[in-house]
Design a protein around this ligand. Structure first.
Ligand code: PNS
Length: 160
């Protein structure tokens, strides 16, 4: 029974995240998608809102759970019985940050392996930050985030 953790801020979940969740779920028996409780980063959506959007987006996927964590990721992963951390890489620019985190996490707990998935080419330009910016400026983000997320973004950022 292999448990994987797919951690992130998910402010909010995008179709790029969703693609990685779906593909990652085929690599493990149980995938826990876990939202970092980083309120000091002033996310647009509260932890509960981010979890709710994730829950709605993954409801059709088997063996995928939504949870949250704070503190060290490797400690949380170990407490969940996970041996794999899944992260996505979109472009070379993601690599440096991801390498640093993966090596730090390995030093902290060598029993947990970070597995990288390349973002799908259709989604490799999407980020939560850009999606928020485009919505705020009146652009169209359909196809970049799940429909429920688009609706919540419009309500929060445009008041409609
Ligand atoms: O979606 P993000 O913001 O790129 O996700 C970053 C995340 C949540 C994976 C990272 O910030 C994290 O693991 N935070 C937990 C704190 C921790 O364990 N830090 C030391 C390891 S580098």
């Amino acid at each position: 029974m292999i448990t994987g953790i797919y951690p992130g801020t998910f402010d909010p979940i995008t179709n790029g995240h969703l693609d990685l969740i779906e593909r990652g779920s085929h690599l493990v028996d149980r995938l826990v998608v876990s939202v970092l409780k980083n309120e000091h980063k002033h996310p647009l959506f509260s932890l509960d809102e981010r979890k709710a959007m994730l829950g709605e987006a993954v409801s059709g996927l088997g063996a995928v759970e939504v949870d949250s964590f704070d503190g060290l990721l490797v400690d949380y992963a170990a407490a969940k019985g996970a041996t794999i951390i899944i992260r996505g890489i979109r472009a070379v620019s993601d690599y440096e940050y991801e390498l640093q985190m993966a090596l730090m996490n390995r030093r902290l707990n060598p029993a947990i392996e970070t597995v990288f998935l390349m973002a799908h080419e259709n989604y490799s330009f999407i980020s939560s930050r850009l999606v928020k910016e485009v919505i705020k400026l009146g652009g169209n983000v359909s196809g970049l985030v799940p429909a429920n997320v688009e609706a919540r973004l419009k309500a929060r950022l445009l008041g409609r």
